[in-house]
Design a protein around this ligand. Structure first.
Ligand SMILES: *Cc1c(COP(=O)(O)O)cnc(C)c1O
Length: 400
């Protein structure tokens, strides 16, 4: 039988936008083993603290499996809520300093369940241009009026807020942003955002996917670091990055959480997260709160500063509106190349030198701003980071 989908795939290949799954084995030493390339140092993981294979998390998950089994068997509202879900939610709320928290099966599901529960077609959502796809999809699903402001441009946001208040005086207005932007690694000016949302009686939702575990004492996130956590109406995050597990969460008032339990379709109509994952995430939070956890986070920051000092300017710097900073405000370093084909070539070149850093292309980032998205973790050895800096410098010279 003819495969009716091959035409589209051929078109993707012609534009260097085709992707495929690569099977790999990750190791505790921060390397990955790829069938076709052998062992590479992994600069593409969001497991910033190296918790994904931590014995504490493994043991917590195993104990929960022995106690509750593997699957939850039903959605949370039906018969899927186990003690490990409630315990995790209480712990998350304490960690984030919110009244309550709710977990979802992924960060994506958390976003998708939340915005449509809070706004409808008479309301307004105002998103940063570089918001993650899950926030964009959630905004679209909500049917609210959507406005987008240029990345971190507070003047533009203020224009939208004034417009929204004028045209929709009684609407609910929610400003949506990320604390650390996933593909650019820079931070949102949360203090300014809080000021603006107060002036215009809007609500603020902040996705801390890449800041929890990384920024702020004990990894409580950017809002906590800046002392504005109490001003964020909707805290969002994921258990799948620095916390090393899987799942997403929302933190906020009791009213917010209760409303989500009643309305969030990705929560209501989906089987509960396996209780073992909730137990593992709880163990990850416990670890963050220990002295050892805080030391692990500081090791991550040593590595971030080391890479920031090593990274040569990227060849595509200055070609689009993405931020160009590589000063190490997070564990994410965008090395912007520009062309999709060139990004793929650079990634392959780095793999031949022993480094894993896949090309990030449209639609994850804008067309023409393809990049190597380099991430450092607490697991990297300084020599591995120095070697990457050297390889990138060599690559820069080769293309000049
Ligand atoms: C990864 C990511 C998510 C989605 O989280 P998952 O738990 O992986 O579904 C949401 N927001 C941002 C900014 C992310 O980078």
């Amino acid at each position: 039988m003819d495969d009716p989908f091959q035409g589209e795939l051929t078109a993707l290949r012609a534009r260097s936008l085709h992707r495929r799954l690569r099977q790999m084995q990750t190791s505790p030493d921060g390397t990955v083993e790829l069938a076709e390339r052998g062992r590479l140092v992994n600069f593409a993981s969001n497991d910033y603290l190296g918790l994904a294979d931590d014995p504490r998390l493994r043991d917590a998950a195993k104990a929960a499996i022995d106690r509750y089994g593997v699957g939850a068997g039903a959605s949370r509202l039906v018969s899927g809520t186990r003690p490990s879900h409630t315990a995790l939610e209480e712990k998350l709320a304490r960690f984030k300093g919110t009244d309550a928290a709710l977990t979802f099966s992924s960060g994506y599901a958390a976003a998708l369940g939340t915005l449509p529960s809070l706004v409808d077609k008479q309301d307004v959502l105002i998103l940063d241009k570089l918001c993650h796809a899950c926030l964009v999809d959630a905004a679209r699903a909500s049917r609210a009026v959507i406005r987008v402001f240029s990345h971190n441009a507070m003047g533009k946001l203020e224009d939208h807020l004034q417009w929204a208040r004028r045209e929709h005086p009684d609407a609910r207005i929610i400003v949506v942003t990320e604390a650390v932007f996933s593909m650019d690694g820079d931070r949102a000016p949360l203090t300014d955002l809080v000021e603006l949302k107060r002036q215009h009686r809007a609500l603020l939702m902040v996705d801390e996917a890449h800041s929890v575990g990384v920024i702020g004492r004990h990894g409580r996130g950017l809002a906590a670091e800046l002392g504005v956590a109490g001003e964020i109406d909707i805290h969002m995050g994921t258990l799948s990055k620095a916390l090393g597990v899987s799942g997403g969460y929302i933190g906020g008032s009791r009213g917010l959480i209760d409303l989500l339990v009643n309305r969030a379709r990705s929560f209501i109509f989906s089987t509960a997260q396996p209780p073992a994952l909730a137990a593992a995430a709880e163990a990850a939070l416990d670890f963050l709160l220990t002295d050892e956890g805080e030391r692990r986070r500081l090791t991550l920051w040593q590595n971030i500063r080391l890479l920031a000092g090593q990274l040569p300017a990227a060849p595509g710097a200055g070609s689009d509106e993405s931020p160009r900073r590589q000063d190490g405000g997070s564990a994410i370093f965008p090395w912007i190349v520009g062309g999709e084909g060139q990004a793929v070539d650079f990634s392959a070149w780095l793999a031949r030198k022993g480094f894993f850093a896949p090309a990030i292309r449209y639609p994850t980032v804008a067309k023409g701003s393809a990049r190597l998205r380099l991430t450092v973790t607490a697991r990297h050895q300084p020599e591995q980071i120095l070697a990457l800096g050297k390889a990138l410098a060599e690559l820069t010279h080769a293309v000049e």
